[in-house]
Write a protein that binds this ligand. Structure first.
Ligand SMILES: [Zn+2]
Length: 848
């Protein structure tokens, strides 16, 4: 206690940002407090009982500190925005004057009128959010320091700031990743600092703390909201509708400091010009702050404002100004860099400085920020006008589940939409009540709506920091009419009632259309209960309640006469399952079809229970592993065994039905294991391999089809007569940031079952292809003749991929290898193409 008090006394200096003297003393957390500060509030160092940053913070320490500060200060309250996957609470400190704190409800009511575009009442709202990548931890530390500073300071400008603004501070946006990192790095921190970047303290295990529980990059999830952390954050965004959002990160250790604007030519065209003008005006505040610290920095040269699924760009398409900050990473305590040793304390200090410059800048530009946000929402219809409505008409034929997912997503983004009261036909396409919805274009969230369905293939700059397209129409494989005109009478806010599950007393079988997203998890639950199901190898039409209904290939049949399972037991189980996984189940009273195969046909194949093994660990791509795990675990609810590469050689592979190889290098596996894996397939196992895993399988002589890889594609690009300065441009054209390509399916192939039509959009982000094959019956999908649907893909690639195989099924003895040139469940948002994995899991082994 005594030591802490001395810290306080010794540490006063001016708060007119950080004084130059501070640069020499970056360790002292209280140095930015002033003589007027309220010393009764517990500082982070007092709370921890050691100097902030001496050990990396754990998430629970952050939460306990925020709660303590809120108990001690009338200027601080706490906002909860749900839990992480591992049930860690996501907290935000709400800091404002005591007077504003007493009327937060009123302020929040005012914030709810922002999207109406009326003149704004109430304070400026600034949201500073840190460490969404859990191993970029200087931000979380800076956030605690800043929270204490704002709550305790009585500096004049801070008093004015808290009178005129509400500051939201979210120190740790990825709680599970932050704890994974801090436990790791603290474990290997010695009494003596080791700056060698090879030291374990700076080199994380697999996976790193960057990602969340399912190894997902949460800073790519702001549009599609697959994870609870993102859902909580986007709810917080729309509740407060901030004017300014600061997004604090770390980058490579050899860099200096970066703040936006990013590369101007790489700003998404839907972002208003005024947004970029305000971003530019704010830079002088950050420049001054860092110049005072003699900290070098840069802007405009890296990073971009293109993909709206990031924390600094989502605000840009929602009436706010998002600014990205990147500090060179010290990772552990001290790391050697090409600019000398970089200490955690220095990194914390820089982020505190730009947090303060954010506050100063936003306060100085308050009127402009308020006006910008109001203007952003002006001229948009708040309610439907009478008569015909113009908008997006969306359908997911036979798949109400897809519409359920979509409607939940739109609701979270505050995008208005309507259900249909009766089926309609537009542009010769039928839209049924259960499987359609309508989104009016002229609505408050028009910009975000257009961004989510953005489709473009022309770009001024072919360089992309992330994907070049994410069109929801293609990711969800929807039918979409963009300029539909519907009468107001056919629109309703009320969700249509799902079809009830009734079983006819005379029923002989139950049938499930495989196009429904919930068909696969229901099948998995049936298999786990010991209820047998078959899938149709060919389509058929059969009478259901006196109507002829066509079931596509892949549809499930659950016979009601099963040894060991009474019809009552089967019906009871499905009644229970449709509550958890709503879907349509038809009951039929005859095995005789109107056309196509009868229900007793040998073309109905029994589905075998599955026991998949997912290969993980160093040498595999953590994002792809995480996406596959998320799908198997949270969607199919199948127990999946995760095994690190290093342990694979010791396992009895025949204990498993499927071995799934996500993208990766697999360089630690040798030919001996390749032979073992080949034997696994020959004896009836199924291997599912994608992207980089194919390279290793090819080397191990497990593939019959040849691969085309980067070396092949690079020579397609003409590099003669290019100057040295053209090198970056050539590299940009040669890289595939992520573009949407069309596959042409063989709809009769089991890997294509359940996918509507014979065209499937997929996301491609790797220069990898398969050579033409003369082996019959193994190609399930090829790239279309003109494959590019949306995004940037160099013409050299477009020509080369055209009509070449993309999805193959190579038989191997009694088993098979499923060959995927692409990751078909990228970020778990490719709901159309992820069906291929369900097909590979349940249908392929049944084909022997
Ligand atoms: Zn980051």
């Amino acid at each position: 206690m005594l030591r802490s008090c001395l810290y306080f006394l010794a540490a006063y200096c001016s708060l007119s940002l950080l004084s130059p003297a501070m640069a020499a003393e970056p360790h002292d957390e209280n140095a930015i407090l002033t003589a007027k500060s309220d010393t009764s509030l517990t500082s982070p160092t007092q709370f921890l009982d050691y100097p902030l940053g001496q050990w990396h913070l754990r998430h629970d320490q952050i939460n306990f500190y925020l709660k303590q500060l809120a108990r001690e200060s009338a200027k601080v309250s706490i906002e909860k925005s749900g839990q992480s996957h591992e049930a860690r609470q996501q907290l935000t400190a709400v800091i404002s004057s005591a007077k504003n704190q007493a009327r937060l409800d009123e302020i929040l009511r005012q914030r709810q009128t922002v999207k109406s575009g009326d003149t704004q009442q109430g304070p400026l709202v600034i949201w500073l959010a840190y460490s969404i990548h859990g191993d970029e931890a200087s931000g979380a530390h800076a956030a605690l320091k800043l929270s204490h500073l704002l709550a305790s300071s009585n500096e004049q400008w801070i008093n004015r700031l808290l009178d005129e603004a509400v500051i939201l501070i979210t120190p740790s946006q990825n709680p599970d990743g932050l704890d994974r990192f801090s436990n790791w790095t603290n474990n290997y921190r010695g009494q003596v600092n080791v700056s060698d970047s090879n030291h374990k303290e700076h080199r994380q295990n697999w996976p790193s703390g960057r990602s969340n529980h399912y190894f997902a990059d949460l800073n790519r999830d702001w549009l599609f909201l697959r994870h609870p952390e993102s859902q909580g954050r986007v709810a917080l965004f729309h509740k407060w509708q901030p004017h300014y959002v600061g997004d604090f990160h770390e980058m490579g250790r050899d860099q200096s400091y970066f703040f936006q604007p990013g590369v101007p030519s790489r700003t998404h065209p839907l972002t208003p010009k005024d947004n970029q003008a305000l971003t530019a005006k704010l830079t002088k505040f950050h420049q001054q702050a860092l110049d005072e610290l003699k900290q070098s920095y840069f802007s405009r040269q890296m990073f971009d404002d293109f993909y709206y699924g990031k924390g600094s760009t989502y605000p840009d398409i929602n009436g706010s100004i998002g600014i990205l900050f990147e500090q060179a990473s010290p990772r552990g305590q001290v790391q050697a860099t090409r600019n000398g040793e970089l200490r955690l304390q220095e990194a914390i200090h820089n982020h505190v400085a730009t947090s303060i410059s954010s506050l100063k800048g936003a306060l100085a530009l308050k009127d402009e920020l308020l006006e910008y946000q109001s203007e952003f929402y002006q001229g948009r219809d708040k309610t439907l006008k009478k008569g015909r409505q113009q908008g997006f008409l969306i359908g997911a034929p036979a798949n109400a589940n897809r519409i359920t997912d979509l409607s939940a997503l739109l609701e979270q983004h505050h995008i208005e939409f309507y259900y249909l009261t009766k089926s309609v036909t537009q542009g010769k396409v039928d839209f049924a009540v259960q499987t359609s919805l309508f989104i009016p274009v002229n609505q408050p969230q028009k910009s975000l709506l257009l961004a989510m369905f953005d489709n473009r293939t022309e770009f001024t700059d072919p360089t992309f920091y992330d994907v070049s397209s994410w069109n929801l129409e293609q990711a969800y494989h929807l039918q979409l009419i963009r300029n539909a005109k519907l009468d107001i009478d056919v629109l309703s806010k009320k969700r249509p009632k799902p079809t009830a599950f009734n079983v006819d007393e005379q029923a002989v079988s139950l049938l499930i259309n495989w196009q429904q997203d919930n068909a696969a998890p229901v099948l998995q639950q049936l298999l786990q209960t010991g209820i047998r199901a078959k899938f149709a190898g060919k389509p058929f039409t059969i009478r259901v309640d006196d109507i002829d209904v066509t079931f596509p290939a892949g549809s499930l049949q659950i016979p009601l006469k099963q040894t060991g399972n009474s019809a009552e037991k089967i019906t009871a189980k499905l009644t229970e399952l449709v509550k958890r996984y709503p879907l349509n189940i038809a009951s039929v009273t005859t095995s005789s079809s109107v056309s196509g195969i009868d229900l007793g046909s040998p073309d109905f194949h029994p589905v075998k229970p599955i026991k998949p093994l997912l290969v993980t660990g160093q040498g595999t791509n953590a994002s792809e592993v995480g996406e596959l795990w998320y799908y198997l675990d949270t969607k199919l609810a199948v127990p999946v065994t995760l095994v690190d590469i290093g342990r694979l050689t010791r396992l009895t592979l025949s204990d498993y039905s499927h071995i799934i190889l996500p993208g990766g290098s697999y360089s630690s596996l040798d030919e001996k294991f390749a032979r073992k894996l080949g034997q696994f397939a020959k004896l009836g196992g199924t291997i599912i391999a994608q992207k980089g895993a194919l390279t290793w399988l090819n080397k191990g002589h497990l593939l019959k089809t040849d691969l085309k890889e980067a070396r092949f594609y690079n020579q397609l690009f003409d590099s003669t007569n290019l100057s040295f300065a053209d090198r970056e441009k050539l590299e940009a054209r040669q890289s595939i940031g992520g573009a949407i390509l069309e596959l042409t399916l063989d709809p009769t192939h089991p890997l294509s079952f359940g996918i509507r039509g014979n065209s499937l959009p997929i996301l491609k982000n790797k220069a990898l292809g398969l050579t033409e094959t003369s082996t019959p019956f193994i190609v399930a999908a090829k790239y279309a003749e003109e494959p590019l649907l949306s995004g940037y893909l160099a013409e050299e690639y477009q020509r080369s991929f055209s009509m070449s195989p993309a999805i193959l099924l190579e038989p191997r003895g009694k088993g098979a290898i499923v060959i995927l040139a692409d990751n078909l469940m990228f970020r778990n948002i490719w709901l159309g193409s992820e069906k291929v994995y369900a097909n590979a899991l349940y249908f392929v082994p049944a084909l022997d």
